[in-house]
Write a protein that binds this ligand. Structure first.
Ligand code: SF4
Length: 87
């Protein structure tokens, strides 16, 4: 089952996409394809195990710390989430 924080959006502000893109409502950011595999529990990946953002929310943290860390690494507010925790 896919992560409950996952949505697919076909627009970002004034920008529209030909295909809907994965969006994390927990981190309030678009998700890169590698991360979307985790979000969708594809292959051997599970969002509850492999996503630190999901785990932070499940633990009662609002995940803002993760989002702020991603902001620090991203070029702009619309940048996708980088990387994946495969521990
Ligand atoms: S990045 Fe993590 S919290 Fe966000 S939708 Fe994907 S699995 Fe869920």
């Amino acid at each position: 089952m896919a992560c409950p924080y996952l949505e697919y959006r076909d627009a970002n502000g004034d920008l529209t996409f030909d295909e809907a893109r994965a969006y994390c409502t927990a981190a309030d950011r678009f998700v890169q394809p590698l991360r979307a595999d985790i979000c969708n529990d594809r292959y051997e990946l599970e969002h509850a195990t492999h996503c630190e953002i999901y785990r932070a929310h499940a633990d009662g943290d609002d995940g803002a710390g993760d989002a702020r860390a991603e902001d620090a690494r991203a070029d702009d507010g619309g940048a996708p989430i980088e990387g994946a925790d495969r521990s």
